[in-house]
Design a protein around this ligand. Structure first.
Ligand code: CDP
Length: 220
């Protein structure tokens, strides 16, 4: 599968800052941005709404196949309901990591993700962007940060939205998700062999964006 447009992949564990960096890099380059995690979060929320059995892979696959999100006015809607806030809760993140372990769900979402590679280019963030969805990408970044830093970043995000954040509980949830994402048989969370790894624990956002853009200049 040859790529017809340039793609940068940014993978890594939960709350490592991938989304913020991917969006900023996309803006700098005038590229499109794919938040692949949002598709797993949407599948999870749709499955919860449909009261699907989370232990039944076929039921979860059916939800993913029937997924018809509408993106309007920077918000996302499912069956007429604005679920923009619902998909961003930690509960939805944990549920997303459960549906994401189902091979049929990943297969159902594959084409949606590949189709996001449009001119002039794409920055895609997730867990398997560099290993499975865009293995031919010329620049792959694997972004990490310590569990404490990641829990703090997620807490600040929640607090910025006016929500309360329990840092200890967040850290437990993130670590549970990471474990499930790393240990699953299909498309586990792992750096691609040719990915550039970046520990952002001590790095401010601007510096990370600069680093990725520098790598891009060298790769493109
Ligand atoms: O933003 P955060 O890092 O907390 O999570 P996310 O990127 O929105 O992803 C939520 C969950 O979806 C992850 O824990 C993964 O289980 C799953 N996911 C995946 O399996 N593959 C992707 N490409 C993206 C997300």
């Amino acid at each position: 599968m040859a790529l017809t447009v340039p793609v940068i992949t940014i993978d890594g564990p939960a709350a490592s800052g991938k989304g913020t960096i991917a969006e900023r890099v996309a803006r700098e380059l005038g590229f499109h941005y794919l938040d692949s995690g949002a598709l797993y979060r949407l599948t999870a929320v749709a499955a919860l709404r449909a009261k699907a059995d989370f232990n039944d892979p076929a039921a979860l696959e059916a939800v993913a196949l029937g997924l018809a999100p509408e993106f309007r006015d920077s918000r996302v809607w499912l069956a007429g309901e604005d679920v923009s806030a619902a998909i961003r809760t930690e509960e939805a993140g944990v549920a997303a990591s459960r549906v994401a372990a189902v091979p049929g769900v990943r297969k159902a979402l594959f084409d949606l993700q590949r189709n996001a590679a449009r001119a002039p280019g794409l920055v895609a963030d997730g867990r398997d962007m560099g290993t499975v969805v865009f293995p031919e990408a010329p620049l792959k970044v694997f972004m990490t940060a310590s569990a404490a830093v990641r829990a703090e970043r997620r807490a600040l995000q929640l607090e910025a939205r006016g929500e309360k954040a329990d840092r200890e509980a967040l850290r437990r949830d993130l670590e549970e998700r990471d474990r499930r994402d790393r240990e699953r048989a299909t498309a586990p969370l792992v750096a691609a062999a040719d990915a550039r790894e970046l520990d952002t624990s001590e790095m401010p956002i601007d510096e990370v964006v600069k680093k990725v853009l520098e790598w891009w200049r060298l790769a493109s």
